[in-house]
Design a protein around this ligand. Structure first.
Ligand code: APR
Length: 313
């Protein structure tokens, strides 16, 4: 008999519970929602499961605070950790979330040693490194969610500005998940035609700038936390590519082993995602401006990693 896939989501807060929502509705498999707050995980999971007859999905959704219940997961999405408040950068979360992500990954390692793990907790590029070091998994099985989200923001702004369907807009963002990210308008296309056919350079620059600050824009509006609909949809798109062995090309934070001259840290690059996780990093020829942007972003990630190494988490 065909066995259903198992997806665990760690952290049942805004991002985690919304991940469970998208994943259950897409019938990616059975979903386990884990949180240190057991009641919250159980309550949200039960509530979501009770929506299944209405929405018509056959995914079992359960909540827990015990890693035993996540045993044998095919994919685990890690969203545990504090979100940003107004005035905070993603980097301000470093110490607190490093401790949380380490603890979470110990639980994953014990019960799902073959899982592919998608990290969402911020600051993303540093948390992905904490996860990889704790899990001891090869880079194929530890991947950070950043580029899909940043690119989705860029694509939605382009759609709004041009009046074209979001479905026809291709764009991606490289680099770290922060203000130094590198949107790539030169590689952006609308229905296959270059972006500059549709928008002036000034307009494109303005959208690039809004994309870089996209997370802060939401934090500024919400005041009490950070974005969750688009982040969770992004993580679930990555999970779907893996669970359905789709071989999709998506921008993700990958542990680089020499690509773009970078080693041993997570940076956003174009990746091929499929059943084995990270199947390949697609390396592009960058022009001078793009290379300078990437170098700047990589330096920022390195600073974050140095700050991380000086912490006792
Ligand atoms: N193990 C499991 N869950 C934990 C742990 C832990 N050690 N520590 C905290 N949590 C849970 C909290 O109980 C909470 O339910 O993580 C959840 C975080 O949820 P929210 O506070 O709603 O935060 P959210 O908006 O979901 O963001 C989570 O994702 O996008 C990133 O920057 C964001 O790092 C943040 C993370």
């Amino acid at each position: 008999m065909h066995k259903r896939k198992k997806l665990s989501v760690i952290g049942a807060g805004f991002v985690g519970s919304t991940c469970a929502h998208w994943a259950a509705e897409k019938e990616l498999g059975d979903v386990v929602l884990l949180d240190i707050n057991e009641g919250s995980a159980k309550g949200k999971a039960l509530d979501l499961f009770e929506a299944s007859p209405i929405e018509g999905f056959d995914s079992k959704v359960t909540g827990t605070s015990d890693y035993k219940d996540t045993a044998g997961s095919d994919v685990v999405i890690v969203t545990a950790g504090l979100p940003r408040k107004p005035g905070m950068s993603r980097d301000d979360l470093l110490a607190k979330n490093a401790t949380i992500v380490k603890k979470v990954c110990e639980g994953i390692k014990e019960y799902s040693p073959n899982a592919i793990v998608i990290i969402v907790s911020n600051p993303l590029d540093a948390m992905a490194l904490v996860a990889k070091e704790t899990l001891g998994f090869p880079r194929e099985r530890v991947i950070g969610m950043a580029g899909v989200l940043d690119s989705a923001r860029f694509r939605s702004f382009i759609a709004e500005e041009t009046g074209v369907s979001v479905k026809d807009i291709q764009a991606f963002v490289l680099g770290g998940h922060g203000d130094t990210m590198v949107p790539m308008p030169r590689h952006c296309s609308i229905g296959g035609a270059p972006l500059e056919k549709f928008l002036s350079k000034e307009k494109i620059d303005a959208l690039v700038d809004r994309t870089r600050k996209g997370g802060a824009e939401i934090v500024g509006l919400l005041q009490t936390g950070s974005a969750y609909y688009a982040p969770s949809a992004s993580a679930v798109q990555m999970a779907e590519a893996i669970l359905k062995d789709q071989h999709r090309i998506l921008p993700c934070a990958a542990y680089l082993e020499g690509e773009y001259g970078v080693k041993d840290i997570f940076v956003g690059v174009l990746c091929r995602l499929g059943g084995k996780g990270l199947e390949a990093v697609v390396e592009l020829d960058l022009n001078e401006e793009e290379q300078a942007g990437l170098d700047n972003s990589v330096n920022h990630v390195k600073e974050l990693v140095t700050a991380l190494q000086n912490l006792n988490y």
